[in-house]
Design a protein around this ligand. Structure first.
Ligand code: FES
Length: 102
């Protein structure tokens, strides 16, 4: 794993919001869940919906296309445990948000 710059802290989504970022060619969906930042793969494994255009609800991101809900901690889909999105650990360093990539 390597730490890569994701964004400045003031560019991160506000509490309750989602925002898409592209880092080294990967699209990430960054969520601010009550002040806690989390990042998952932005591409829904169902039919490739853009998760950052969905909604954040109770620690889950809801895909805008067919409402599959993915847990922000383990990435697993709520109603289909065989489906999941990759979760990317984040770190805050001074005024920057860093993401761990494989
Ligand atoms: S594309 Fe995401 S739920 Fe269908």
């Amino acid at each position: 794993m390597r730490l890569v710059h994701l964004c400045r802290l003031d560019e991160a989504p506000a509490p309750g919001e989602l925002r898409e970022f592209t880092v080294e060619g990967r699209q990430l969906c960054v969520a601010n869940d009550g002040g806690r930042l989390a990042a998952v793969d932005n591409i829904c494994p169902h039919r490739q919906g853009p998760l950052a255009e969905g909604q954040l609800e109770a620690g889950r991101v809801l895909c805008p296309w067919h409402a599959w809900a993915f847990d922000l901690v383990d990435g697993v889909a709520e109603h289909n445990s065989a489906a999941s999105v990759e979760v990317f650990p984040l770190e805050i360093e001074d005024t920057d948000v860093l993401v761990k990539l494989a």
